[in-house]
Design a protein around this ligand. Structure first.
Ligand SMILES: [Zn+2]
Length: 95
C-alpha cells in the first residue's frame, strides 16, 4: 500500500477547540476471522499548527514501528496488523 493511501485510510487529523490530534487506526485480531480496529491518539499539536507541521506529524506516525512496518514478503508498508509474514491466516482476507 502506498504511503498516501495509508495516510488516507489509517491516519486521521482531528481539529477541535483544544488543538489538533493525530490519530492512527490500530488493527487487532482478537479472533482469527474478525479484525477489530481502534483509533489511538498518537500526537497532539497546538491549534495554530501549520499544515506543514501537521504533515510532519502524520508522516512520523507512518514510520513509527508501533503502527506500521514494511512487509518482508511484498516490501510494502502496511499497518502492523496486516503483515503477510505473521503466519496469521486472517491476513490473506484483510488484503
Ligand atoms: Zn506483504
Amino acid at each position: 500500500m502506498d504511503d498516501e493511501k495509508l495516510i488516507k485510510e489509517f491516519i486521521r487529523t482531528e481539529r477541535d477547540e483544544d488543538g489538533v490530534e493525530i490519530t492512527v487506526c490500530e488493527i487487532e485480531w482478537p479472533t482469527p476471522s474478525e479484525p477489530v480496529s481502534r483509533w489511538t491518539v498518537v500526537s497532539q499539536l497546538p491549534l495554530d499548527a501549520s499544515e506543514a507541521q501537521i504533515d510532519t506529524a502524520v508522516r512520523s506516525v507512518l514510520v513509527d514501528s508501533r503502527f506500521f512496518g514494511v512487509c518482508a514478503t511484498c516490501h510494502e508498508r502496511n499497518p502492523n496488523g496486516w503483515m503477510h509474514d505473521t503466519g496469521d491466516p486472517a491476513n490473506a482476507a484483510a488484503l
